[in-house]
Write a protein that binds this ligand. Structure first.
Ligand code: IDC
Length: 326
């Protein structure tokens, strides 16, 4: 095996851990956080954007080379987020097949790597509310992935999607204080994304008491038909005060994932994200019958979609990705 290929990554072990020569990931390499800005291996600002999968236990069909190729070439995106629910139906810690789910994550990383895309490994805390509920599983999962892919420069670790309910910033912090050093034992420079209470809206609490680690960004999630000026103002204040913010999930509809899209508010969000060059990921890549999904219900294609395969959300966000440019 070519030692440059590094880890014993299954499936994609032939591809270089930083992606094919000339690819986006090969050009930008290992990322780091400089003040509030995500930067590439040359110290230049870099912006990641693309689609989030839906729960991979429910929609495994979109973990495919051709799906990601279409997202790269036809949707003009440079990164994919892999959403692994911890505690919804058949989640990693709630009855799902751990090995199968981990294999799906590995395949997703391998396809992204072969395509020269960055990839976010998202431990999708939601129903569990407090990430400490399944902390042991999270530690086991992140230990496995970060050790297998220790030489990859294209992985970002999102350690808790959306703490909510009774979860406090202190409980998130104590979770992060265990998970981050464990990932860093294997991959000392990996960029790590951290959520905050109230479904990753309370970034002001993180700003008031940031984690002690470097190369960390704080996620802010919005759903445009629900979250408007207040949350935008919070984002702006935090970034202006130097907080590194990363929008690892958003929707154009309301926070239930349904209801109508509000493209006026969504456009305001996009303008703000453009102004600060903040990374952004749309929820979600699936054909479920809900507004947030970018494929029409009934569309069975997993790649090379025609305009008519896309939902209203899909048509809008694809245009937005293309307009963003690389
Ligand atoms: C929603 C899905 C829906 C699923 C539900 C599970 O769209 O199909 O049944 O989760 O509880 C989030 C979450 C994300 C939600 C999404 C829409 O991160 O998992 O997905 N949302 O409700 N935060 C705000 C909205």
């Amino acid at each position: 095996m070519n030692p440059a290929a590094g880890s014993a990554a299954p499936g994609g072990s032939e591809s270089s851990p930083s992606g094919p020569a000339g690819s986006f990931t090969a050009l930008h390499g290992a990322l780091s956080v400089d003040g509030s800005v995500l930067t590439d291996q040359n110290g230049d600002p870099v912006r990641l954007y693309g689609m989030s999968t839906h729960g991979i236990a429910w929609f495994p069909q979109y973990i495919s080379y051709d799906t990601f190729r279409t997202l790269r070439d036809d949707w003009n995106t440079n990164c994919v987020r892999l959403a692994l629910y911890s505690d919804e139906y058949n989640g990693y810690s709630s009855g799902g097949d751990k090995e199968k789910l981990t294999d799906l994550v590995k395949s997703g990383i391998d396809y992204a790597t072969e395509l020269g895309m960055y990839v976010i490994v998202d431990w999708h805390v939601l129903h569990d509310q407090d990430p400490n509920v399944h902390k042991e599983d999270a530690l086991g999962f992140f230990r496995e992935i970060s050790s297998l892919y220790r030489n990859h420069t294209n992985i970002l670790y999102e350690i808790c999607n959306e703490p909510n309910g009774y979860a406090t910033w202190d409980s998130v912090r104590s979770y992060a204080d265990e998970v981050i050093p464990l990932i860093r034992e294997n991959d000392e420079d990996a960029v790590i994304l951290v959520g905050s209470p109230a479904w990753s809206q309370n970034i002001d609490q993180a700003a008031a008491s940031p984690l002690e680690f470097d190369n960390v960004m704080y996620t802010l999630h919005f759903y445009a038909a629900t979250h408007t000026d207040d949350l935008r103002n919070r984002l702006e204040t935090c970034v202006n005060n130097g907080l590194p913010v990363f929008v690892s999930e958003f929707g154009m509809c309301d926070a239930s994932g349904n209801g109508g899209n509000d493209f006026v508010q969504a456009e305001k969000w996009m303008e703000l994200l453009d102004e600060y060059q903040i990374s952004f990921f749309c929820w979600s890549l699936a054909n479920k019958d809900e507004t947030c999904c970018v494929l029409n219900p009934g569309c069975e294609k997993t790649s090379d979609w025609a305009e008519s395969d896309l939902s209203e959300s899909g048509r809008w966000i694809r245009e937005r990705f293309i307009a963003t440019g690389l």
